[in-house]
Write a protein that binds this ligand. Structure first.
Ligand code: CTP
Length: 409
């Protein structure tokens, strides 16, 4: 279940052209399962209407007209009390100033003053306004009080200038919000190391030996660990994916680089989730120049690629772990095309890990490059759990729950 499920999110919208993007944010939050109450400032109403937000959230959006309505004396208190999180996006320089100084002249600023939970601000303004000492001092005040400030980003501004002042994109704001919602979760204070993607072994400067791994299950695991409050490091082979907000990314290409990165991180790692598809073989020697077709050099023999085995990362971790007792929990993966359970059990024992996630890669709806997976979890204590087809995000949540249980034993 998404971390936003049944959460009450109060979305404040102030008067910036970026207000049109907050309709997308409201829509994304609603689709993720949140109940989104929107408050528009009078400035925001010049750019966008309450109807836009009502249409995407399915709930009433509030304006200053509600400030003097029948329930006016309790509305701001009610909205503030019920919210799990207040996000103001876009947050103008003027709204920032009012928040920093406790001014309460609109439904949004009154509600913000009455509110006691986590506050997230996504500033949007012209570059000069952002850099103004007054704005910087206001931001500093709000940060010191615990507000999370996202951005602003650099780029094209409404003034026609290029600079820092653009509101961060809704998808990224969403990532920050889930980070804030998850920060006191059951893995808070724990460090989780996730490996993801298929490693690439160079043949020559142009070509690599790789595999079909998309990295999706590994990235979903990193997100699920973040949602549970963990500090997450993601060692990733090249993928087309955007790392989850809050994860520390260590990009690698080869199995050897991944091994080195894992070994460097190991002393500070509580949980290792080894989701990467690591090459078992690499060319013994990568050619320094591009390998040419034999037809271009008629006398040359067809190229023969000699392979050598790579080191088993989990095997190396197991050896280190027998001395240091870290990581506390190690989870491996077994992508198999035959004898799923038998092969996975063999890996569970030979790699000395606590849990192995086995999946049959021949199924079209599970394994590589799809958003769903059908896995069996095999634990070192002999238990087996076969899960039905579900999204990789759901598989990741279940694995994280198993990790929590293992940490408690
Ligand atoms: N793995 C590893 N180091 C390697 C190869 C794999 O740590 N050099 C890890 C993978 O990240 C995964 C687990 O071992 O968590 C099983 O990977 P898999 O490729 O299924 O198994 P292999 O040990 O490579 O065995 P085989 O290829 O013969 O099935």
């Amino acid at each position: 279940m998404s971390i936003f499920h049944d959460k009450r999110i109060l979305l404040g919208v102030s008067g910036s052209i970026a207000a049109y993007k907050s309709a997308d944010l409201a829509s994304k939050l609603t689709q993720a399962g949140a109940h989104v109450d929107v408050i528009l400032t009078p400035g925001a109403e010049k750019f966008i209407t309450p109807l836009t937000f009502q249409s995407v959230t399915g709930r009433r959006a509030y304006t200053d007209a509600d400030l003097w309505g029948g329930e006016a004396h309790v509305l701001h208190v009610g909205l503030a009390d019920q919210a799990d999180l207040l996000v103001i996006a876009p947050c103008t320089a003027h709204t920032l100033a009012k928040l920093a100084h406790g001014l309460a002249d609109s439904l949004l600023t009154i509600t913000a003053l009455a509110y006691r939970g986590p506050l997230v601000l996504a500033p949007a303004m012209d570059g000069g306004m952002y850099e103004a000492p007054a704005t910087q001092a206001n931001l500093e005040t709000l940060r010191k009080r615990g507000a999370v400030v996202i951005g602003p980003a650099e780029g094209h501004l409404a003034s026609g200038l290029v600079g820092k002042g653009r509101m961060v994109e809704p998808a990224e704001i969403l990532g920050h919000l889930r980070l804030v919602l998850g920060r006191n979760g059951p893995l808070a204070g724990r460090s989780v190391l996730v490996t993801a993607g298929g490693t690439q072994e160079p043949l020559d400067p142009v070509r690599v030996l790789t595999n079909r791994s998309s990295g999706k299950q590994g990235y979903a695991l990193a997100q699920a660990a973040l949602d549970a409050g963990a500090q997450v490091t993601l060692i990733s082979a090249p993928t087309a994916l955007t790392p989850p907000v809050g994860a520390r990314l260590i990009p690698v290409e080869t199995a050897q680089q991944m091994l080195q990165a894992v070994l460097t991180e190991l002393p500070s790692t509580d949980v290792l989730l080894m989701a990467a598809a690591v090459a078992d073989f690499r060319p013994q020697q990568a050619a320094s120049e591009k390998i040419k077709k034999p037809s271009r050099t008629p006398d040359a023999p067809a190229s023969l690629i000699v392979l050598e085995t790579t080191e088993d990362i989990l095997g190396t971790v197991a050896r280190a772990r027998s001395e240091t007792k870290r990581p506390l929990v190690v989870v491996g993966f077994a992508a198999e095309s035959q004898n799923l359970i038998e092969n996975a059990l063999e890996k569970l024992h030979s790699k000395q890990i606590d849990l192995i996630v086995a999946n049959d890669i021949t199924a079209p709806d599970a394994g590589f490059n799809v958003d769903t997976n059908r896995v069996t979890l095999l634990a070192a204590d002999g238990t087996q759990e076969s899960l039905p087809l579900m999204s990789k995000a759901e598989v990741a949540e279940i694995i994280i729950k198993r990790v929590l249980a293992l940490l408690e034993t």
